[in-house]
Ligand binder design. Structure first.
Ligand code: RFL
Ligand code: PHB
Length: 389
């Protein structure tokens, strides 16, 4: 088998890149280790920036999103049970769109299959090889049979735990990491969302977030310690804790019900530099991770796709590899700004186990400043709706 670009990983970044390359007539094959059902079943991101929407439009997968997504002109912040609003629209003239990553992935799968794109699911032991030669290839096993795809270039879109990053020699790679001493316990419940807009709450017991997927599907998160066990969190215990942390108007009106999904995710900031080596280009979570507090992970994966797609287009259409050489620098410049913003949202809204009384006062004054300063609100708003590419 031979193709132009092998894409390792069929999550949102791999699927979107595949679709955009196909639109430009550039051959590609996606190798995904899981089944389609597994990939589509993962509950993850919920907030899309305008830049992400434009990329999905380019890929021809924005019809359902336009009909079923919800435009949000603001977000609610809460501190010590008192809420205030950040008017995204007024501050930036932009909004964000609430539409689940699950739905984005479903739309991409459907479109790629309809247009005869190639996704090989259940591809095991995927291994990019000879990346620093003129004959790179990717080997894998399908139904126990060894396969090999010869290619020009490899896109590593295989997430944080994928294989691609490890192909870059240790002497070249530098990683930057911060782990946070807490996680997020999240539930999905078939209940109407408590508020029309997302609520990010800083509370003495810890952070809470009220989010949603649609009129009858709510997504809620609370900060928990890292050693917390999911079995110890009955639905009742979760709702009781959430109600304590949300602003009073919300807790008084929240409609509770049984959860249809419940999981704990650790929080981490991580960046790998450079994001490319020879014929390999890392994209999305394969190269960087942000804590979910700023809703940036998926959006950042899409901005990497923007830079890589442009570079590949120039390579194949105009035979120039300048943008491929610049890919890592261009992508990283935006990555670090999102890393900074997500770190800031996380440190401002969570309780740290070792938080001193000094740290507490700094956090209090940061949020008070945010409530009362338009300049401070604009900084948050501009980052939340997404910085330009
Ligand atoms: P993914 O989604 O991890 O996809 C990688 C794919 O690669 C496959 N794979 C392999 N395939 C072949 N061979 C191998 N060796 C392989 N190893 C792995 C995997 O099976 C998978 O299908 O990475 P991608 O495409 O870069 O996309 C990144 C996003 O999924 C991620 O950043 C977001 O979900 C993060 N995130 C959020 N992002 C936002 O923009 N807004 C949000 O509101 C938001 N909320 C969240 C989030 C992530 C969360 N969790 C669970 C981590 C909320 C949560 C709770
Ligand atoms: C979500 O709906 O899953 C979500 C929304 C906003 C965030 C993180 C997660 O900041």
């Amino acid at each position: 088998m031979r193709t132009n670009v092998v894409i390792v990983g069929g999550g949102p970044s791999g699927l979107l890149l595949s679709r955009l390359l196909s639109v430009d007539g550039i051959d590609n094959i996606v190798l995904e280790k899981q089944s389609e059902e597994h990939v589509i079943g993962r509950i993850r991101a919920g907030v899309l920036e305008n830049g992400t929407i434009e990329m999905l439009e380019k890929a021809g997968v924005s019809d359902r999103l336009k009909n079923e997504g919800f435009n949000h002109d603001g977000i609610q912040l809460s501190f010590k049970n008192h809420g205030f609003r950040i008017n995204l629209k007024q501050l930036t003239n932009k909004h964000v769109t609430v539409y689940g990553q699950t739905e984005v992935t479903k739309d991409l799968y459907k479109k790629i299959k309809k247009e005869n794109g190639i996704i090989i699911n259940n591809a095991k032991d995927v291994l990019p090889q000879a990346i620093d030669t003129d004959k790179p290839c990717v080997t894998f096993k399908k139904n126990g049979v060894e396969k090999k795809i010869m290619c020009d270039l490899v896109a590593g879109c295989d997430g944080f735990h994928g294989i691609s990053r490890s192909i870059i020699p240790k002497s070249i790679i530098k990683t930057y990491e911060r782990t946070y001493p807490f996680g997020w316990l999240g539930i999905l419940s078939e209940t109407p969302p408590v508020s029309d807009e997302l609520i990010y709450a800083n509370h003495g017991n810890g952070f809470a977030l009220a989010s949603m997927r649609n009129e009858n599907l709510s997504r809620y998160y609370i900060q928990t310690s890292l050693d917390e066990k999911i079995e110890n969190w009955s639905d009742k215990k979760f709702w009781d804790e959430l109600k304590k942390r949300l602003p009073t108007e919300a807790s008084d009106t929240i409609i509770t019900g049984s959860s249809i999904e419940k999981s704990i995710a650790p929080l981490r900031s991580f960046v790998c530099e450079p994001m490319s080596w020879e014929k390999l280009f890392l994209v999305g979570d394969a190269a960087h991770i942000v804590p979910p507090t700023g809703a940036k992970g998926l959006n950042l994966a899409v901005s990497d796709v923007y830079y890589l797609h442009n570079a590949l287009k120039n390579y194949y259409k105009f035979h120039t590899n300048y943008d491929l050489k610049m890919y890592s620098n261009n992508a990283l410049s935006r990555v670090w700004k999102s890393i900074r913003f997500s770190w800031w949202m996380t440190t401002t809204f969570h309780k740290f186990p070792d938080q001193s009384s000094f740290d507490q006062r700094i956090q209090d004054s940061e949020i008070e400043y945010l409530e009362n300063s338009v300049a401070s609100q604009r900084v948050l708003a501009e980052n939340y709706v997404g910085l330009p590419y």
